[in-house]
Ligand binder design. Structure first.
Ligand code: PMP
Length: 410
């Protein structure tokens, strides 16, 4: 994979910001879109736009075919046993809420346990808090090692026969830690619990095979994997999806409607009430085609190589605290750090003046920030279109920030 050639596929990258070539290091927040995806969206709206699963006219059939083909593509991408196990949602947040509301809220009771890690994104934390409040189930947190990793021994100690759900991010959006989901799923299953995986930061960056990992549910977002905003996926094992209640009731998701009761379509359509995310799903199908062509293993190796290079280069800078797995340990394609006591927003403002886009803040992980003893951090995240030169620009920008804030760093 040649990231300099890959860059040519992303028109947005070819611009200057504040008088400097754009260096986009915020793909963990949202990725940029290749021309192939933009073109598919344009073609869909120019030639095929119509509602799906309804009319019998030609455009309606074309749109329906394209929408359902996108489902097949996504199913193949994650090695789902069947396309019906792929539900199009608005994104990871909605997918996780659907599991919490449609499954956990109805199945759990007082005395049951939900096991989480303290480094979860708020979207894999607050829905479970809500489930616990309504059902009387309790939340239990796995202890995190200093570098943000989990030990299987701690998982074995924490998961008990009372555990009904283990819900974890595959890759932490703050620390870049990659959790051993396959091994954790095996522990969860041995205790009779379901494994729910937040794949927002893994599915875009590495091959994810739901059958190999043997997860019960997987949630991810299209916009972080070269697809459009507004579309995401909920994958589930058939038996759980069949047991799960829809979240949205109305048009499209019904079988028979009577005045006082109704029945639902089969999976996946019972979960897609109303006009579905047609263009979004078709765009996500195009993104999956694009990523498959580049090769997910190539992308994973590339992102990890850049993160390793970034760790090396950042270690040259004094006054920088880098969080997460230490150099030499496996991490996803991102680095998170602070410059002395300087607020992350200030560091990010100086970087922006040099055309460098990074994320600054609590990254929707306030409990983790508290554990790290900070209120915010700076995060640089890499994707297939980033190069070593982008990391060099980041280091240059950080040297400028150091100079600018010398008094505060002291
Ligand atoms: N989980 C993780 C690990 C994430 O990084 C994100 C996005 N920052 C989400 C969940 C939420 O994704 P979305 O906003 O697309 O629903």
């Amino acid at each position: 994979m040649n990231s300099i050639e890959v860059r040519q596929d992303f028109p947005i990258l070819n611009q200057e910001v504040n008088g400097h070539p754009l260096v986009y290091l915020d793909s963990a927040a949202t990725s940029q879109k290749p021309r192939a995806v933009i073109e598919v969206l344009k073609r869909y709206y120019e030639a095929d736009n119509s509602n799906v699963h309804r009319g019998v006219h030609t455009l309606g059939s074309r749109a329906t075919e394209a929408y359902e083909l996108a489902r097949e593509k996504v199913a193949r991408f994650i090695n789902a046993p069947s396309p019906e196990q792929v539900i199009f949602t608005r994104g990871t947040t909605e997918s996780l809420n659907m599991i919490a509301y449609g499954y956990a809220r109805l199945q759990l009771k007082a005395g049951d346990e939900i096991v989480l890690s303290p480094s979860e994104h708020h979207s894999n934390l607050i829905p479970w808090q809500q489930v616990a409040k309504v059902t009387g189930a309790t939340l239990k947190y796995l202890p995190l090692q200093e570098d943000g990793t989990l030990t299987l021994e701690d998982v074995r100690q924490t998961v008990t026969p009372a555990t009904k759900i283990v819900a974890l991010a595959h890759v932490s959006n703050v620390l870049g830690t990659i959790h051993p989901i396959k091994e954790i799923a095996a522990i969860a299953h041995a205790a009779g619990a379901l494994m729910v995986v937040d794949g927002a930061q893994s599915v875009p960056h590495m091959p994810v095979d739901v059958r190999d990992l043997d997860v019960d549910f997987l949630a991810f977002s299209g916009h972080k994997m070269c697809g459009p905003t507004g579309v995401g996926v909920l994958y589930g094992k058939r038996k759980w999806l069949e047991a799960m209640e829809p979240t949205y009731f109305g048009g499209e998701m019904i079988d028979i409607v009577e005045l006082y009761d109704s029945t639902w379509k089969d999976i996946p359509w019972k979960f897609e009430g109303g006009t579905p995310i047609i263009a979004g799903a078709i765009g996500l199908g195009a993104a999956v085609d694009y990523l498959t062509k580049v090769g997910m293993e190539n992308i994973q190796n590339h992102d990890m190589r850049l993160a390793t290079y970034a760790m090396e280069r950042l270690s040259e800078l004094s006054d920088l605290t880098v969080y997460g797995p230490k150099p030499g340990k496996t991490r996803g394609g991102l680095v998170t750090f602070n410059l002395g006591q300087v607020h992350a927003h200030d560091v990010s403002t100086v970087l922006d003046a040099e055309g460098i886009a990074v994320r600054a803040g609590h990254h929707c992980a306030q409990p983790l920030m508290r554990m790290l003893g900070v209120i915010s951090t700076v995060r640089a995240s890499f994707y297939l279109y980033n190069t070593e030169a982008d990391v060099d620009a980041l280091v240059h920008g950080l040297l400028s920030a150091k100079e600018f804030f010398q008094h505060a760093i002291g």
